[in-house]
Design a binder for this molecule. Structure first.
Ligand code: SF4
Length: 458
């Protein structure tokens, strides 16, 4: 049997590759191969794809030379409902005509599995399904991933897929795909605790590889969908992760490894610390990056020292809000004192410009001044500010809470869950105020970059 795994385009007002690689499709590929299947793979978001040859190259991004960057993009019409928004709407990735040309050279699969990520990127997913249907009219198309899980009814009603599979429990997903194909004779064993090494050979032209050493998160932040995707927090054996890292370094010459974990430092005594100690012993010449925020509460002198010695080059910290009452009511993730302590340990370990701190902006009821206060606190510590616009995500407590102050109701259409709409969406602040705040954070960041790091408050 043969499966075609397909990672579709992003459709949005803005998108940037922060080391996004289709990790879950790669894990699915491994399971299917273990069951004796052949796997073909196409990633519309592969910025090194030969199918981009001859197209104007997007500018190199000066802040992310380690495997992130701009996607090729084309401006497309706004989808219905977003017509009035004054931002240009784009399709990011290899243009459809080139994808189609390439897919015509692929053998006929027995099933096509399409991934999905952000709920409001569904127009790109639907376009992909329509194209695949045209090219392979008799092949069943299965849609999975985050959008499919969080907006199942919408996906079933509108995507055009033959089946929608939900959840992130991969052996179970494989079994449901087998059931759709009418063959349950060889069920795929395992559950969320089963270690699955991604099929890294499918990214062989890359130098940057994703790592997942745990799934889920024990915290319960009211704005986060992790629990809707992974009901449990599970860590994988450090030895298995270490073997995997050894293979990508040796076989694929990886230089940059990116942790996709939501809670990399939780249960650190049995997970992160032994993994780092073993990695340091191996002495691989690689850089590590954590685009998903690290839990600042877990960063002590030992963790900070190991992060430095292991070669972490990009560190993102999750602070989100600085006001104690806000932090308490949104999930108790990190308090400002814990952040200051974590920053102190990181500075003592020798970190300088590698640190960026996420602050949430646009939470229902949040004021501009509250966000400014957070920006000042972060900049004083010598960290750059990463403003993350709040996105109302189905399955999160905040989304379910009645009376959110949105002009576009995110329940009406997943398109309205787009955080780029926040300035147009919130009654709490205007577009002009939003732009002013962005500029405020930019100015603080410039000062942080100019200032000698050691002068930052200790
Ligand atoms: S700590 Fe991070 S991953 Fe965990 S629930 Fe909160 S936001 Fe989500």
């Amino acid at each position: 049997m043969r499966a075609l795994l397909f990672n579709p385009w992003i459709t949005d007002f803005a998108a940037f590759d922060h080391w996004a690689r289709p990790l879950n499709l790669l894990r699915l590929a491994t399971l299917l191969r273990q069951q004796g299947w052949s796997v073909d793979f196409y990633d519309c978001l592969d910025r090194r794809s030969p199918d981009l040859e001859g197209l104007p190259a997007p500018p190199r991004h000066r802040f992310n030379p380690y495997g992130g960057g701009h996607y090729y993009r084309e401006i497309i019409p706004h989808p219905p409902g977003l017509d009035g928004v004054r931002l240009r709407y784009k399709r990011y990735g290899v243009p459809p005509r080139r994808v189609e040309q390439r897919l015509r050279t692929f053998p006929q699969p027995d099933v096509i599995i399409v991934a999905s990520v952000m709920t409001y990127w569904y127009p790109g997913v639907f376009e992909a399904i329509a194209m695949l249907r045209r090219l392979f009219p008799r092949v069943p198309i299965v849609l999975g991933g985050i959008y499919a899980t969080l907006c199942r009814a919408h996906a079933e009603a509108h995507s055009g897929a033959d089946a929608v599979v939900t959840g992130r429990h991969w052996p179970d997903i494989v079994n449901r795909i087998f059931a759709i194909l009418g063959d349950t004779s060889q069920p795929c064993p395992g559950d969320q605790t089963t270690w699955i090494e991604p099929a890294y050979d499918l990214l062989r032209q890359d130098f940057c590889f994703p790592l997942l050493t745990s799934t889920g998160c024990p915290c319960h932040c009211t704005y986060c969908a992790t629990h809707a995707l992974w009901p449990r927090f599970v860590t994988y054996e450090p030895e298995a992760v270490l073997d995997s890292i050894g293979r990508v370094v040796r076989d694929y010459h990886a230089t940059d490894l990116v942790f996709y974990d939501d809670a990399l430092l939780v249960k650190k005594e049995t997970h992160f610390l032994p993994l780092m100690e073993a990695l340091i012993r191996q002495g691989y010449a690689v850089r590590f990056h954590t685009p998903n925020a690290l839990h600042v509460r877990q960063i002590d002198a030992t963790v900070a020292g190991l992060l430095k010695r292991a070669g972490f080059t990009t560190l993102r910290l999750g602070l989100e809000v600085v006001q104690r009452d806000w932090q308490k009511s949104t999930g108790d993730k990190a308090y400002i004192e814990e952040y200051l302590e974590a920053m102190r340990h990181l500075r003592n370990a020798g970190f300088t410009r590698e640190i960026g701190t996420y602050l949430l902006f646009g939470l229902p009821g949040q004021t501009i001044e509250a966000v400014r206060e957070g920006c000042r606190a972060v900049a004083e510590q010598g960290s750059e500010i990463y403003l993350a616009l709040y996105s109302p995500i189905p399955g999160t407590p905040l989304y379910e809470r009645p009376g959110c102050d949105f002009r576009f109701d995110p329940r009406v259409d997943p398109l309205f869950q787009n955080n780029s709409l926040a300035p147009f969406q919130s009654h709490a602040f205007t577009d002009a105020q939003y732009r002013e705040l962005r500029q405020y954070a930019r100015n603080l960041n410039e000062n942080v970059r100019k200032r000698p790091f050691l002068e930052a408050a200790r």
